[in-house]
Design a protein around this ligand. Structure first.
Ligand code: SF4
Length: 415
């Protein structure tokens, strides 16, 4: 009888994607969704914070108590905790994410093993995920050359490397032929695309825009210093979504230095004002509660954040990750205070988003992505959410909306 494998995935969408690749590469085994009947459990782990490591460890403890399944560990945790877990005999084998397509071979190994794989590996499959029938995530690069002091990603995912341009364009052409109109370019550090292959993100985007059927292109997230003069030249293109997600992580100059970030607040502000004048909505990532964030620095950060034309926010409270420089920094900020600061910042950006939508008089170019509780849900060209009531089936359609109501949380229209 064929053995049954259960996949347990922790962490981000990259891991979800990697698990998907393992499942589709599996030939010699059956996949089960029921952990209790598994002969083999593959844990695709996350190691982004100490908390993430603890979750993986307690999951293994639970498994040891409830089943005899053979346990394999992969994912980012393979690099940080893999050897230790193997030496404690808590797992039978450890392999790096680069080995995911050889999953049959990995699971067949009789002897315990540690194979961290190759941190320079680059996948040849690039479609990350699809939303509905009209929007696709395209992975254009992997890894990161930055060394932000709180982040472990470069050590477990490797340095920045770009996917092959020909493959990206071919894949997008195929998807566009099948009706996909919006493409979201993703990766660990998307803006570094092309540095290793003498090209650039802006050049790639121009080529993508020339593909028939491509209507809108979005960049997952970009660093301020990656908005080069060449990138500024494409800002007026109609195919570029009028929303950029630019990762600042903080708005206090002192904190930015402590966090070993490459952005500088004064320049970030100039850049954001320039983009805002061009009609862009701007989102950012922000970490509250990093060690050293005193009351005074926080107050300064809030004043600075208020001065930025921000419309969207993806904020996190700091979470310690051993072996990173930040893990040794003092004084620490309590979790409760970090959360309070996060909420304070969220409230500020929520107000700014509401004001942005109230002051905007543009026709909305909306892609409808889902239908829930009687409303169609979509996003406009500024990445603002809209709920639409309609008797037509709008799912997956692009619609233009002139008349709509601006509500506090989202826009609303009848169509
Ligand atoms: S840019 Fe900084 S936070 Fe982002 S992956 Fe690279 S090192 Fe980590």
């Amino acid at each position: 009888m064929r053995k049954k494998v259960y996949f347990k995935t922790f962490g981000c969408r990259t891991n979800l994607y990697d698990s998907q690749v393992m499942m589709s590469s599996l030939q010699e085994y059956d996949i089960t969704q029921d952990e209790s009947e598994a002969d083999v459990v593959v844990i695709n782990s996350c190691t982004v914070t100490n908390g993430a490591d603890t979750h993986v460890r307690s999951y293994i403890s639970g498994l040891e108590k409830s089943s005899d399944a053979k346990i394999f560990l992969t994912g980012c945790g393979a690099h940080t905790k893999g050897e230790k877990l193997l030496s404690e005999k808590r797992v039978h084998g450890v392999f790096g994410q680069s080995e995911k397509q050889k999953i049959d071979f990995m699971l067949s190994k009789e002897q315990p093993f540690y194979d961290p794989g190759d941190l320079n590996h680059i996948d040849d499959v690039i479609v990350d995920d699809f939303i509905g029938k009209s929007r696709a995530f395209i992975k254009i690069q992997e890894g990161c050359n930055f060394r932000c002091s709180y982040c472990i990603i470069p050590f477990v995912r490797g340095d920045a490397r770009s996917m092959d341009e020909g493959k990206i364009l071919e894949q997008i052409s195929r998807l566009a032929l099948n009706g996909f109109g919006e493409f979201i370019l993703t990766g660990t550090n998307v803006g570094s695309y092309g540095q290793d292959s003498k090209t650039s993100l802006a050049k790639l985007m121009k080529k993508i825009s020339q593909i028939r059927g491509v209507r809108r292109i979005r960049v997952g997230s970009i660093e301020p210093i990656q908005i080069s003069d060449e990138f500024k030249e494409i800002l007026d293109e109609p195919w570029l979504e009028k929303h950029l997600h630019i990762a600042l992580q903080h708005t206090s100059p002192t904190m930015l230095k402590l966090m070993n970030r490459r952005n500088v607040y004064r320049q970030d502000r100039e850049l954001f004002e320039f983009l805002s004048e061009k009609g862009y909505a701007i989102g950012t990532d922000f970490i509250t509660g990093h060690p050293g964030e005193s009351e005074a620095l926080w107050a300064e950060a809030m004043v600075n954040a208020a001065a930025l034309p921000l419309t969207h926010l993806h904020a996190f409270t700091y979470s310690k990750r051993d072996t990173t420089p930040s893990a040794l920094m003092k004084p620490e900020v309590s979790g409760t205070l970090a959360k309070e600061r996060l909420h304070e910042l969220e409230a500020l950006i929520k107000e700014k988003n509401y004001a942005f939508r109230k002051n905007s008089s543009k026709e909305l170019d909306v892609l409808i992505e889902s239908f829930k509780d009687g409303y169609y849900h979509g996003f406009d060209q500024n990445f603002n959410k809209i709920l639409v009531e309609s008797s037509e089936d709008l799912l997956g359609n692009w619609i233009n909306i002139n008349a709509y109501e601006v509500r506090e949380e989202f826009n609303y229209a009848k169509f």
